[in-house]
Write a protein that binds this ligand. Structure first.
Ligand SMILES: *Cc1c(COP(=O)(O)O)cnc(C)c1O
Length: 428
């Protein structure tokens, strides 16, 4: 008997966010199509989390595949220092047309964490280059900006970051301005900003993903950003999760009137086809690096910076983002989520339901909550047993589907959440 993918995997691979001693065997996936994943044992799964929030158009999209194949035959890679190429130029041109009007330049990296690292370095060096001693960064409590050291530093300190605590730089954390907490957050910002030492404020606009899909309103974010601008604090919108339709508009920042100085993108950027990160900035940030002095340049880069195949995938994904079906799908999913949340609200076992655009989060009522509570694993496996991939964050289950998910598939996902609710009611 030849070994299965899953068996061979266990001999050689180390998986992310996985306790390798106790985790069940990984599921071998052999094919994807639309919202579906097909496993080697013949089972199929609805990918209701877009494979960690990246596959916004579903799997193996033919348009993206075609564009990537073409690019592979033309130019697979070229160094991006001293050289450039059509896919990177076109992608920057098209991205900048879609982003808030002040965004002027695009810097390429490989993933969300590095997009954040670059934004932090741009913000800190912006002040350094001008000889202004602003070195502190503000972030939101509970936020997640990635797993590299700088990104960890501006993220919530947790059991995940504890082994590295002494190597993380100091950050001021603001309470998330969820409804009812707006005044508190604004007041705290006023206090911190008064010190004059703050270089930058980094935030996940409108939805804090890893925190458990914690949501807050555009109005208070506009007030926060206005305060930052008043105090000359560089603002960094981390749209790695919210970008490309997640919140019901193309970008979460499209709900605001204020514009950020820097923006980070990755997850949805290539439709989940290739690893690519982007940091964009407003012109004053870029200009602060211009000098006859070479040491004023941004000394950051990766071997695969602006890889042409990744850029081609992003261009193909943008074709789909700019197609009229795109907004129609966002509206369809938002409406379905809202209707389902309405049905759940007030039911036994439900503590809260939240929805922003295509993101639905359901918080179950349980005694004490922890990421490691075994309820999380029970919910995860209950969903898989019903052919749905959902990844609970502790007692919170969220749906973040590819925009091509069908109405019937969505109903199947909701039915699983209803099963979860019954399980919670039984146990708590
Ligand atoms: C996932 C995520 C990141 C990190 O992106 P990676 O590509 O996983 O490194 C950063 N910020 C936010 C808001 C994210 O959701």
């Amino acid at each position: 008997m030849p070994k299965s993918l899953s068996e061979r995997d266990q001999l050689v691979n180390w998986h992310p966010y996985t306790q390798m001693q106790t985790a069940p065997a990984p599921i071998g996936i052999v094919r994807g199509e639309g919202a579906l994943l097909f496993a080697e044992d013949g089972k199929e799964y609805i990918d209701a989390v877009s494979s960690w929030w990246v596959n916004i158009h579903g799997h193996a999209h033919p348009h993206i595949a075609e564009r990537v194949a073409q690019q592979l035959r033309t130019l697979e890679h070229v160094i991006f220092a001293g050289f450039t190429h059509e896919p990177a130029v076109e992608l920057s041109e098209r991205l900048l047309r879609l982003l808030p009007a002040n965004q002027a330049k695009v810097f390429y990296t490989d993933n969300g964490s590095t997009a954040v690292e670059v934004a932090l370095k741009m913000a800190l060096q912006y002040w350094h280059n001008q000889g202004i001693p602003k070195t502190k960064i503000i972030a939101l409590e509970g936020s997640y900006h990635g797993d590299t050291f700088g990104a960890m530093s501006v993220s919530e300190r947790s059991v995940f970051t504890r082994p590295f605590q002494q190597y993380l730089f100091d950050v001021e954390f603001l309470p998330v301005p969820v409804p009812g907490k707006e005044a508190e957050a604004l007041q705290r910002l006023e206090e911190i900003a008064g010190s004059g030492e703050i270089a930058a404020f980094i935030f996940e606009p409108l939805v804090l993903g890893t925190a458990g899909m914690v949501m807050y309103e555009p109005k208070v974010l506009d007030q926060i950003l206005a305060l930052c601008h008043k105090h000359q604090i560089i603002t960094i919108a981390d749209e790695v999760m919210t970008g490309f339709g997640r919140t019901g508009k193309r970008f979460a920042m499209d709900y605001l009137t204020q514009q950020p100085d820097l923006m980070c993108f990755s997850k949805g950027l290539t439709g989940g086809t290739m690893a690519l990160g982007v940091t964009t900035c407003a012109l004053p940030v870029f200009n602060a690096f211009l000098s006859q002095d070479k040491t004023q340049a941004l000394f950051h880069g990766h071997s695969y910076t602006a890889n042409p195949i990744a850029c081609a995938a992003a261009l193909a994904s943008l074709d789909l983002v700019e197609h009229p079906d795109f907004i129609r799908n966002l509206e369809r999913i938002s409406a379905a989520h809202l209707a389902f949340a309405g049905k759940l609200d007030g039911q036994p076992g439900i503590k809260a339901c939240r929805q922003t655009g295509t993101i639905l989060a359901v918080e179950f009522e349980v005694g004490e909550t922890s990421y490691f509570h075994n309820l999380r694993d029970q919910l995860y496996h209950l969903a898989l047993d019903h052919g749905v991939l959902l990844r609970p964050l502790g007692n919170i289950i969220y749906v973040l589907p590819p925009y091509c998910i069908t109405a019937a598939q969505l109903e199947q996902v909701y039915a699983v959440i209803e099963q979860m609710r019954l399980l919670v009611v039984e146990q708590f």
